[in-house]
Design a protein around this ligand. Structure first.
Ligand code: DGL
Length: 200
């Protein structure tokens, strides 16, 4: 059983960099009275190119840090970390705090919309884990899922390289894959990508 949280304790939110701020922002809008501690692990960015074990190690260290700051719950505001480390964190810190990942809510939303065919763009780590395809098909067996790793997008966003010709041609190159020609929806399965949503 998880410890009973106290209202005044902060919510911990972490990502490899600025991507998780899109999640923190959504939390602040829904829960304006909550205090948030945000951890952007820019020392190890990008997570998408790291092994699952390396990502798990970073996530364990960050979670320990956030718990030491008194956080009552931890939001893993990163798809790469959610896919590699969510279960490890839940098991390791059993009874100490509540963890929330970003994969399950997106899967739930997609399944509720009953699309026929979707594309998923994500980091290499998330794509390699196969987590979206597996969870989506588990819950909606006929759904066609096309996954594509788009590893240049995170470094591009972190460097502030967007809304220009270079970012335009990188995005166009990725999205022109023939796999996506009949999709009803494109899942932005990396928390950095909402920052370039208009562009996409
Ligand atoms: N924002 C992250 C995600 O949702 C991590 C990106 C990265 O560091 O590669 O996957």
């Amino acid at each position: 059983m998880t410890k009973t949280p106290h209202k005044k304790q902060p919510i911990g939110v972490f990502d490899s960099g600025i991507g998780g701020l899109t999640v923190a922002n959504a939390i602040i809008k829904q829960l304006p009275n909550e205090e948030i501690i945000y951890f952007g692990d820019t020392a190890h960015l990008p997570y998408g190119d790291k092994s699952a074990d390396a990502i798990r190690y970073y996530c364990l260290k960050i979670s320990k840090f956030l718990l030491d700051q008194g956080c009552k719950m931890i939001v893993i505001a990163c798809n790469s970390a959610s896919s590699a480390a969510y279960h490890v964190l839940v098991d390791f810190f059993e009874g100490e705090t509540l963890f929330v990942n970003v994969v399950d809510p997106l899967v739930e939303t997609v399944v509720a919309r009953q699309f026929n065919e979707v594309g998923v763009i994500a980091t290499k780590a998330t794509t390699r884990s196969g987590i979206y395809k597996q969870k989506l098909i588990e819950q909606q067996s006929g759904l066609k899922v096309h996954s594509l790793a788009t590893p240049l997008l995170v470094p591009m966003i972190e460097e502030g390289y967007f809304n220009n010709n270079i970012s335009q041609s990188i995005i166009e190159n990725y999205l022109s894959t023939s796999d996506f020609k009949d999709i009803d929806a494109l899942l932005l399965a990396c928390t950095h990508y909402p920052l370039i949503k208009e562009h996409i």
